[in-house]
Design a protein around this ligand. Sequence first.
Ligand code: CDT
Length: 310
Amino acid sequence: MSRILTIAAAQLGPVARQDSREDVVERLLVLLREAKAHGVELVVFPELALTTFFPRWYAEDRAEMDGWFEAEMPSPATKPLFDEARELGIGFCLGFAELTPDGHHYNSQILVERDGRVVGTYRKVHIPGHEEHEPWRAFQHLERRYFEPSPEGFGVWRAFDGIVGMMICNDRRWPETYRVMGLQGVELILCGYNTPIHYAPDPTQDILQGFHNALVMQAGAYQNGTWVVGVAKGGNEEGVEGLAQSAIIAPSGQIVAQALTTGDELVVARCDLDWCAKYKGTLFDFERYRRPEVYGLITSQRGVVPPPEA
Ligand code: CDT
């Protein structure tokens, strides 16, 4: 049986502060219908797709930000997306800010199968940015104020006739993200992102944002023999330029399709999940070649401990 899955990275252009969830869902529906016309079975939307990237603003009382969060999924505003996707027989992955019934705040992604079944919800592990107001910056990146890190880590799910995992934005820069899923046999990793081009702590990196984005996802795909789908919310959002360059990457590490614009755009590729076995069964045959007995520092230590001075 063939395991070729047609996937779309549904890139979004900017979402303004005053745009309602209903406005955004209309845009998602346009992309979903276009995907159907291309024979797509899985549509991947960006991180925090339903609203503007609100962590760029500071609130003394973090509860003031709760209005940006979803207390249920589907919510009344997103139900039309769930309904239409099920009717079209298309699965999707959607990034949103999650407020749990017991009051936890996560940066999350939900994965929904073609029949409407919720496969799972992933919560971001690597929370970037800062906790406190830093007025010297041109804009804030307060994810560490508004989101808790995932207590669950990187699971994978049997879905879409393969083994699927998720990561969110900053997670893609960390090799452990891919390897933990690689050790569970992942064949397809779905990743939404909001990446400002300007990086205040070191602006020399600004010009390299596109390079670093491709570098980490291509390396992660190749070193773990998995497809990776990276999907941006790009363009100029509330005065902040966001990286676009959404891409679908093969287990070889090659980019097989990439966005041409910084706006709403569907990037489509036919992804053969069986292609993963070529890499998982040869160079990256983990069972044969890995040496976990000498990798202990990876899990026993967080920061750098250099050797003592001579
Ligand atoms: N959304 C997100 O995770 N963005 C980060 C910005 C890092 S700089 C604070 C990223 O890794 O792209």
